[in-house]
Design a protein around this ligand. Structure first.
Ligand code: FAD
Length: 247
């Protein structure tokens, strides 16, 4: 774990209230991480009190274990302190950061046949970073991956076209977008209307074959966890990352 300054190199809006930020380390060093890990951004409240917030790394790397650009997706929260900082950053501005942290990662020791990857909102970013590893594991271990991704509406489906393209390219990977409020204007074959639990139930979770990863909204994580346990998965087969504020 290291402390470093990050300089904003590029950014764009992924959805009306979600910003993709691509940083480079100010010292020019590459950033080493394992897909699934997160960084912390350190800053001060107006009264001078130090604080920090966590953000999953979403960069699709080349498999070398280090990247030049550290990409995150920030979902704006009304009145949020980090939201104010990260929504106002301009290219060239810097922030203090540390990392990488976390163990929400694919593990070498696993020998399961299928992974169920479940996310809502920006909780899909760790899976984006895992794509090169997913490609490798489907080829070397012959396991499959089903990404179940919940968004309220089509415009809030982050990186949707990237996941669709990856699913067309990698036979062992399927993408299951779930729209909880408004269905897609032109629905696609894997679309589901409703919460992620709808698609998850259709995939028939099975303790003999599956390991599940759950990331994003804490309520979704808790509900999916309960459902998977009910289906017979043991706690070590269900890995969780809850996006709670770390104030
Ligand atoms: C391991 C980990 C990884 C994370 N990764 C990401 C990520 O990749 N992208 C991302 O956008 N966030 C991520 N988060 C959440 C992030 O760290 C912040 O909590 C979030 O950005 C809000 O911070 P803020 O300072 O803007 O709001 P705060 O000042 O912390 O909160 C302002 C108000 O909004 C409420 N609030 C906080 N979060 C939410 C929310 N999600 N929805 C509704 N109300 C909320 C608070 O209770 C408070 O009332 C992650 C959290 C963890 C623990």
């Amino acid at each position: 774990m290291e402390h470093f300054k990050l300089r904003l190199a590029a950014s764009h809006m992924l959805a009306p209230a979600v910003r993709h930020l691509a940083f480079e380390r100010d010292d020019g060093q590459p950033f080493a991480f394992v897909p699934g890990q997160f960084i912390q951004v350190h800053f001060h409240y107006a009264d001078g009190k130090p604080t920090k917030r966590s953000y999953s790394v979403g960069t699709v790397g080349d498999g070398s274990g280090a990247v030049q650009r550290l990409e995150i997706a920030v979902s704006y929260v009304e009145g949020g302190a980090a939201t104010a900082l990260l929504s106002g950053l301009e290219e060239g501005d810097t922030v203090d950061a540390s990392g990488p942290y976390g163990r929400f990662c694919l593990m070498d020791a696993d020998a399961n046949a299928r992974y169920l990857l479940v996310a809502t909102g920006t909780g899909v970013t760790p899976y984006r970073a895992m794509l090169p590893l997913i490609r490798r594991l489907t080829a070397t271990r012959g396991c499959t991956f089903a990404l179940v991704y919940g968004a309220r509406t089509e415009v809030e489906l982050l990186y949707g076209e990237e996941f669709e393209a990856f699913a067309r390219e990698v036979p062992g990977f399927t993408f299951h977008p779930c729209f909880s409020r408004v269905p897609r204007a032109e629905p696609r074959p894997h679309d589901r209307n409703g919460r992620v639990q709808v698609a998850l139930a259709e995939l028939v979770p099975n303790a003999a074959t599956d390991i599940a990863y759950l990331c994003g909204n804490p309520d979704m994580v808790d509900q999916s966890f309960a459902m998977l346990k009910e289906a017979g998965l043991a706690v070590p087969q269900i890995r969780r990352e809850k996006y709670v504020s770390s104030r």
